[in-house]
Ligand binder design. Structure first.
Ligand SMILES: [Zn+2]
Length: 183
């Protein structure tokens, strides 16, 4: 795996592309580009890869025989996470991006139909909240991975009670102990 820090396009260029392509044919599936202060993408650490793959394996094992609608979606989510772990890149901290109403909102991750630039990956996950709190922790990173891979699998950005379809599927497929904790 390439350990080199990847530099993404200057944010101005990313925003320009987003503004010029309202159809989002090549735009992000969730979030938009990366923020000026957070445009350094890094490969996930071995620990992060292990945690995401372990979650993918849990989903595949848990939902392999589940023929309900949600079961099939969780199985597909695990399958995609396993197959596309190479598309994950990490960012040091959360960034801000326009939400569906055009307001700037804090973002823990995003997902793209195509790589914003070659080698940049299609799923981007923040490791930390900000420079003073640089560790969100592995469970939060795994939660974000479920959420953003759900967008890769076609879940939309339509929001209800502040959660979009990707977030809701991520929560529905979460381990029971996390669902009970209201994560
Ligand atoms: Zn989302």
């Amino acid at each position: 795996m390439n350990r080199r820090v990847l530099q993404v396009l200057p944010v101005g260029a990313v925003l320009l592309v987003t503004a010029a392509a309202p159809s989002r044919a090549t735009g992000p599936l969730h979030g938009s580009g990366c923020a000026p202060s957070a445009c350094e993408l890094e490969p996930p650490t071995p620990e992060e890869v292990h945690a995401i793959v372990a979650e993918a394996d849990r989903l595949v094992a848990r939902y392999a025989m589940d023929t309900t609608s949600i079961g099939r979606q969780c199985l597909a989510l695990g399958t995609t996470m396993r197959a596309r772990i190479d598309e994950v890149r990490m960012l040091p901290v959360m960034w801000r991006a326009p939400d569906t109403e055009g307001s700037l909102a804090a973002v823990t991750g995003d997902a793209h139909r195509v790589e914003p630039v070659p080698g940049a990956g299609r799923v981007h996950i923040a490791r930390g909240f900000d420079s003073l709190n640089p560790e969100r922790g592995i469970p939060a990173i795994v939660e974000t991975a479920r959420h953003e891979f759900a967008h890769l699998n076609g879940m939309g950005r339509r929001e209800m009670w502040g959660l979009d379809d990707g977030a809701r599927l991520a929560a529905a497929c979460a381990p029971p102990e996390e669902r009970e904790a209201g994560r």
